[in-house]
Design a protein around this ligand. Structure first.
Ligand code: ADP
Ligand code: ASP
Ligand code: MG
Length: 408
């Protein structure tokens, strides 16, 4: 007898009828001889609705209260899905984050799981019940409710699967699996049968929201086999697995995009040792994470430089006044912001052993008349910052330019 964790995203629990479908699937899995733990997201649109209510009251809401509000979406789903299982004749019990005891740190709205007490889950399963656990939420050492960041139910599911040594963690969503790029943006996107944890980690961190990045990190660390699949069909989805276990032989595995970053441009800072360190130390002290960075010497005027970097749009919203102070402290003459940008990226393990991948990406974008504003590379990815209006054009051109639409 094995233990299976099944996580259902917002669309999969988006209506009472869909919750019945979830109940039937969980019961069928139980009937096939498995212990079943179900993790649920809030009904689709609900988290946005709840956060929207808070923003109607205040522009920068307190993070602790945000979590009190946001966590209710998953509470409703957990109760309803447990009820749906009972209505189908099964046995189920809902559990909230603090009831399981999913202990997190106190970084409200983006908390990290520190420990999971599996005893409540095990007791529930022993009684022959399906445990229906609210995703996205935890509790800190003060007993305050926390949430794990957008898309955090994926992380709840994988962390619980690791804690109870589940034999697999199934992520049920509104697409058939992980695709070569977002299938809602690129019609020729193709479902990938198997992808490595490393590539999935890069795709997730570069914007492919099909899995939250933390969930992939945990799956990789604890070797949890992840199966991303559709809640609307029986078809096999995508297995996220170790690098050596069978991958498609391709240089570029996927294309991702991220509209969550904004560009900050500081003009004419003093060009002397320590300025860049000063600048980014102050930014780091404010817990703003910086992604791409470019420094250029200005022509003409001696000992001045320009710096361009990107930060999360959510950080920029609360940090403009602060950034202006910091800019002045390093002698900048002007600060400019651009929020109409997108970061498009290509990812693939094959890049380690192939030259010319970055230049091919630049040429594909150039052929579409798209200007590149910043570039970042690592061993298995290349990212370019471009104007947001070109998102779809760039994603499709890169996807097809690297031959991702056809099965190799
Ligand atoms: P859920 O509510 O089930 O967690 P999400 O909306 O968080 O679902 O994630 C699924 C969505 O991720 C898809 O509808 C798709 O638009 C998007 N997506 C982005 N990149 C990819 C990709 N490479 N493969 C599959 N889906 C992707
Ligand atoms: N409901 C949360 C969100 O919308 C968590 C999740 O669905 O994974 O971000
Ligand atoms: Mg999600």
């Amino acid at each position: 007898m094995s233990l299976i964790v099944q996580k259902f995203g917002g669309t999969s629990v988006g209506s009472i009828e869909r919750m019945r479908n979830v109940a039937r699937r969980a019961l069928a899995t139980q009937k096939a001889g498995h212990d079943v733990v179900v993790i649920v997201s809030a009904m689709s649109g609900e988290t946005n609705r709840l956060l929207g209510l808070a923003h109607e009251l205040t522009k920068v809401p307190e993070a602790r209260e945000m979590d009190v509000i946001a966590a209710t979406g998953e509470q409703v789903s957990a109760g309803l899905v447990a009820m749906a299982i009972q209505a189908e004749g099964g046995k189920a019990r809902s559990l909230l984050g603090h009831q399981v005891r999913i202990l997190t740190d106190d970084a409200f709205t983006k908390a990290r799981i520190k420990a999971i007490d599996s005893s409540k889950i095990t007791e529930t399963l022993k009684r022959g019940e399906i445990a229906v656990i609210a995703g996205f939420q935890g509790v800190d050492h003060h007993g305050d409710i926390t949430t794990l960041g957008r898309g955090g139910s994926d992380t709840s599911a994988v962390a619980i699967a690791a804690a109870i040594s589940a034999s697999a963690c199934e992520i049920y969503t509104d697409v058939d699996g992980v695709y070569t790029t977002d299938p809602n943006v690129c019609p020729s996107a193709r479902k990938i049968d198997r992808i490595s944890y490393e590539e999935m980690l890069e795709l997730a961190s570069l914007g492919a929201k099909v899995l939250q990045i933390r969930s992939v990190e945990i799956a990789m660390k604890y070797g949890v086999p992840l199966h991303v699949r559709s809640s609307f069909s029986e078809a096999e989805g995508t297995w996220v697995v170790k690098e050596e276990s069978a991958l498609e032989e391709v240089v570029v595995a996927g294309v991702a995009y991220d509209k969550g970053e904004a560009r900050v441009h500081l003009v004419g800072i003093e060009d002397k040792p320590g300025m860049v360190a000063d600048l980014f130390e102050q930014i780091a002290a404010k817990h703003m994470s910086v992604d791409m960075i470019i420094q250029t010497a200005t022509t003409g005027a001696a000992e001045r430089a320009n710096i361009t970097f990107t930060v999360a749009k959510t950080d920029l919203a609360r940090g403009k006044a602060f950034l202006e102070e910091v800019a002045t402290s390093v002698g900048a003459r002007e600060v400019r912001y651009d929020e109409d940008v997108v970061k498009v990226s290509i990812v693939g393990l094959g890049m380690r052993s192939h030259a010319g991948v970055a230049s091919k990406m630049f040429r594909i974008l150039a052929n579409e008349g798209i200007n590149i504003q910043a570039i970042a590379t690592s061993e298995i990815k290349v990212s370019c910052l471009i104007a947001a209006k070109y998102t779809e054009l760039a994603v499709r051109a890169l996807h097809d330019g690297f031959g991702l639409g056809q099965k190799t």
